[in-house]
Design a protein around this ligand. Structure first.
Ligand SMILES: NC(=O)c1ccc[n+]([C@@H]2O[C@H](COP(=O)([O-])OP(=O)(O)OC[C@H]3O[C@@H](n4cnc5c(N)ncnc54)[C@H](OP(=O)(O)O)[C@@H]3O)[C@@H](O)[C@H]2O)c1
Length: 352
């Protein structure tokens, strides 16, 4: 297979750095370009990231020179990974998509009626919608946005449970890591230190809306949202990486915690597919009472494994409740985008 040339826009950010990790030495993608804001453009990656806790080998990726994302020529690569702030993504992603497929962690396109919200391993039946988006807009490429990082941990665990038992309703409370705030992480950590911040702007609305879209179905070339309601409360806690979610579900068909644990543990959408970034264990169901914990579990499967624990019956909703830890910047952002790109490439959506 021909290796595809890839670019990362926003390569110096929290998600962008995880994209660098995911694409370094990737067998299917060759990182050909990196871009950022005019603040850092023109400098070598290693000079920008040096001393910021990121280990870049200057002989390989470190020597790449950052371009200004605002002037990036997307036709020079086969696929663009966009890790830009949403307001910037709203200006630049459509322009890149005129020639080239764009996989994005930003929210700019998530609510566009012709655009699917794609989560690796969860809703490949919506891939076809990318062809409609391309045709409707007259683009050579497409924009495939991924969900918000909190939605990711929830939707990854809902998928097998919904298939097995039917989700009637879901209630989730998040305890989110500060790295989810990107360049503001340092300031947010100061505010959250010894504290819990009870509100994250727009986050609850995103989780509720995005879940409905991910589990929706395509009707007349648009996505009709799933009908089960999701109620979200999102908080920020003094944790560096890894979002923890407390989830309670009402189910259509009864399930014991043991049955649900088996359904979750047996589930692997990429089993025997040979996708380079797919972890060996998709969902790790822990039986210990003190797991999952973000510091211990968020790096499971190099950040691609979702860790579930404390599975028990929920007497209020008449279903199940459990805790989830998911790496917000890996599976919740850049890693999820790279895994999605692998799946798209293997299914013929990234050219011949
Ligand atoms: N952090 C997470 O866990 C996470 C999870 C899921 C989704 N996301 C989404 O992913 C995107 C990136 O998030 P992040 O946390 O990585 O953000 P971040 O750490 O703040 O990084 C932002 C990146 O965008 C670049 N940038 C900023 N302003 C720009 C401009 N005007 N023109 C071109 N480039 C510009 C920055 O370059 P400079 O270094 O030059 O400023 C940097 O590379 C956001 O849309 C976010 O909502 C993040």
């Amino acid at each position: 297979m021909r290796r595809r040339l890839a670019a990362i826009l926003g390569a110096t950010g929290v998600a962008g750095r995880q994209a660098l990790r995911a694409l370094e030495d990737h067998p299917w993608f060759e990182l050909a370009a990196v871009a950022s804001s005019p603040r850092t453009a023109g400098r070598r990656l290693c000079d920008v990231l040096d001393g910021e806790g990121f280990d870049v080998d200057p002989g390989a990726l470190g020597n790449l020179v950052l371009q200004d994302a605002g002037h990036f020529n997307a036709s020079s690569v086969d696929v663009v990974f966009s890790m830009l702030p949403s307001e910037v993504a709203a200006r630049l992603e459509g322009r890149c998509a005129q020639t080239t497929p764009v996989l994005s962690t930003a929210s700019a396109f998530r609510t566009e009626p012709d655009t699917p919200l794609l989560l690796a391993g969860v809703n490949p039946e919506q891939f076809e919608q990318l062809r409609h988006q391309r045709m409707a807009r007259g683009w050579g490429g497409f924009v495939a946005p991924g969900p918000n990082c909190t939605t990711v941990g929830l939707a990854l665990t809902l998928a097998p449970l919904h298939e097995a038992f039917g989700v009637r309703c879901a209630s989730v409370t998040s305890m989110q890591a500060v790295s989810g705030a990107g360049s503001l992480a340092g300031a947010v950590m100061k505010e959250a230190d010894g504290n819990v911040l009870p509100w994250i702007e727009n986050e609850e609305e995103k989780v509720e809306r995005e879940c409905a879209r991910i589990f929706g179905r395509t009707v007349k070339n648009t996505i009709e949202p799933a009908s089960f309601p999701v109620s979200a409360t999102c908080t920020r806690v003094p944790v560096k990486d890894g979002h923890t979610l407390s989830v309670a579900l009402g189910l259509e068909r009864a399930s014991t915690p043991e049955e649900a644990a088996k359904v979750l543990s047996d589930h692997h959408p990429f089993k025997n597919r040979g996708l380079p970034s797919a972890p060996e264990i998709w969902i790790d169901v822990r039986s210990e009472a003190n797991r999952p914990q973000p510091r211990v579990d968020c790096a499971a499967g190099a950040g691609f494994t979702t860790v579930v624990g404390r599975l028990r019956a929920d007497p209020v909703l008449g279903g199940l409740k459990y805790l989830v830890v998911s790496h917000n910047a890996v599976m919740g952002a850049a890693g999820g985008a790279v895994l999605l790109a692998e799946d798209l490439l293997e299914r013929g959506f990234l050219g011949d």
